[in-house]
Ligand binder design. Structure first.
Ligand code: BDP
Length: 593
């Protein structure tokens, strides 16, 4: 799936801005066909943004079910001989789209784009009305999963219901990423897949172009950073060799431009360009190799989360995060716990940040931990239908992100109940499907169980684990960390003989709280805890990375273990550094890449 981009042959119209918005309080909008005429009693709402924190109305913030968005747009007459598409970057979690009252699209999944061709539907002689209904309800056929809970007890009024979910971030909802209208010509380039390899000093760029309509003649032009042509080739499939290539890596994120031209009858019909980095990733002898050299991952698990905007895409906060990543000498992050905006990955390519790209499969464990005996990976919960959908999500994720040099590994899930029998077959199949869709990148699953309990570790390329010694267990006892962590990691290695990556460790820390000797929730405790963890990592040569949890404080659902959200950020939610940030900056400056 190609990101909408302008070119000699394509136009893009960004529909972001202030839309009309209405909460479907009784969830009757579909039945009453609200899409058939302009919405009544609306309020203004920004797109993209989560809607939850924008108004002062608690019933909007906490609404469960559909909300409706609407705006008008015009189609220029110059678009008459073109194909026209509408594309929504993401909306959480289930969306239906109508144009002039006609349904054009339905999509499940809150973190990936969806689009439809609307050439036959749009009007050129007047306003077009775009209506989008978005529901935030989760169930066992969505990722992440969740469930509606009905209370049939005397202390709750009849009909009282809540949406339960078992992941640790707020279920922000709305249209979260930009909405575009764009054109392509009658015959057009519908997809491009670029894979790269390294042969000595040379780079190999292999590609496959898909064309919809008349095939014509496909021309490929590879250009260097200064847009100078360095290689040219014809055909829908092939390989270009770049002599003495510049290889993409964090210290030199060199990007080439890969331009595809489609000619029909000797006339340029379509043109699309993307950025490509020549690089190779592989796992060899307990090491993660980038361009043949071992990489040590330094960085964070993150969230798309900021005040007021929630999960809404905002280039200001996104850029701030990249500058902070560079400032602290990080070289990587994980898109915990869902795919991030495509614009984020473009910037990761440009900044030279390695990305572990994660599926929205999170919150598939607490359920069984809280109610022993009740299984997640069983037919009544994460069964065959969830599995099919999970594979579909991996397909959509790979289709979207396959060409990013920054994406170096897929993570199929965060902390699922890997100890359950049912998890084995489930993840064996998800991982096998992922590998077959993309054989060029390693695949992992982030585990929180013990080495001997995990039934899924044998299928992954890298053992990724999350650990909270001295926090959730042995709370306050910093001295226990090194003993427990070392034993634990050695056990993983002894059993699986695979590189180990500590993908989460950290402590809730309220910026401004200080005490010495350190106690929990102070800035000193966070720093000391992370230092102790790092002492162990430094002793074990098969450890390939450390991602502190979390990059910044973020909002969660309310509950007694969260004080205005999860405070394990190395930065506050406003992106101010806590004490530990200065320690990490120094450590990562000297730590081998
Ligand atoms: C891990 C989860 C992460 C949580 C973190 C925590 O992967 O989403 O926010 O714990 O408890 O289990 O802070």
């Amino acid at each position: 799936m190609l990101y909408p981009k302008e070119s000699e042959t394509r136009e893009v119209k960004n529909l972001s801005g202030v839309w009309r918005f209405k909460v479907d309080r009784e969830n009757t909008g579909l039945e009453e066909a609200w899409y058939s005429k302009p919405l009544e009693d609306t309020i203004p709402m920004p797109v993209p943004s989560s809607y939850n924190d924008v108004t002062q109305d608690i019933s909007i913030r906490d609404h469960i079910g559909y909300v409706w968005y609407e705006r008008e747009f015009f189609v220029p007459s110059s678009w008459k001989d073109k194909r026209i598409f509408i594309r929504i970057g993401s909306a959480s979690h289930f969306s239906i789209v109508w144009i002039n009252g006609e349904k054009v699209l339905e999509h499940k999944g809150g973190f990936l784009p969806f689009e439809a061709e609307i050439t036959q539907i749009v009007k050129f002689d007047g306003e077009n009305r775009l209506t989008v209904a978005v529901s935030n309800i989760l169930d066992w056929t969505t990722l992440p999963p969740g469930e509606m809970r009905a209370f049939n007890d005397p202390m709750h009024p009849p009909g009282y219901k809540t949406l339960e979910y078992y992941f640790d971030f707020y279920n922000y909802s709305g249209i979260h990423r930009p909405v575009y209208l764009y054109t392509v010509p009658e015959n057009y380039i519908s997809d491009i897949r670029v894979t790269t390899d390294i042969k000595g000093f040379d780079g190999e760029v292999s590609y496959r172009v898909e064309v919809k309509g008349k095939k014509g003649n496909v021309e490929i032009i590879l250009m260097d950073k200064n847009k100078r042509e360095i290689s040219k080739r014809y055909g829908e499939e092939g390989t270009l060799t770049v002599r003495n290539a510049q290889f993409w890596e964090p210290d030199n994120p060199y990007l080439y431009t890969f331009k595809v031209n489609l000619y029909n009858d000797n006339k340029l019909e379509d043109s699309y360009s993307l950025q490509t980095g020549i690089r190779k990733v592989e796992i060899k002898d307990d090491k993660f190799l980038l361009n043949g050299k071992p990489v040590y991952f330094k960085g964070f698990g993150k969230h798309e989360d900021s005040n007021i905007r929630g999960k809404g895409f905002d280039p200001v906060i996104v850029l701030k995060d990249f500058y902070l990543l560079k400032w602290i000498n990080a070289n990587s992050f994980r898109t915990s716990h869902y795919p991030y905006a495509e614009e984020v990955l473009d910037l990761a390519d440009e900044f030279g940040i390695l990305v572990i790209d994660e599926a929205p499969a999170v919150g598939m464990n607490m359920f069984s931990l809280m109610s022993p005996g009740r299984k997640v990976f069983s037919e009544e919960r994460a069964g065959e239908r969830t599995l099919e959908y999970h594979i579909q999500v991996m397909k959509e994720l790979i289709a979207r992100d396959k060409n990013h040099p920054s994406v170096v590994m897929w993570s199929v899930a965060n902390e699922p109940a890997s100890q359950e029998d049912g998890a084995e077959d489930y993840f064996r199949r998800v991982i096998a499907a992922t590998r077959s869709m993309d054989p060029t990148r390693p695949v992992t699953l982030v585990d929180c169980m013990r080495a001997e309990e995990s039934k899924t570790a044998k299928y992954v390329d890298v053992i990724c684990i999350n650990r909270y010694y001295s926090w959730y267990t042995d709370s306050g006892n910093l001295d226990i960390i090194e003993y427990q962590l070392e034993k634990d990691i050695l056990d993983w290695y002894a059993r699986y003989k695979k590189p180990v990556f500590l993908t989460e460790y950290g402590a809730d820390t309220i910026a401004g709280l200080h005490q010495d000797p350190p106690v929990m929730f102070t800035e000193e405790y966070q720093e000391e805890m992370i230092k102790r963890f790092n002492n162990v990592l430094d002793r074990l040569s098969f450890v390939i990375g450390e991602h502190v949890w979390c990059f910044a404080d973020f909002v969660t659902k309310q509950g007694i273990i969260r004080v205005m959200g999860n405070r394990k950020g190395v930065f506050t939610r406003e992106r101010y550094p806590k004490k530990v940030a200065f320690y990490l900056k120094e450590r990562w400056e000297s730590k081998k890449a």
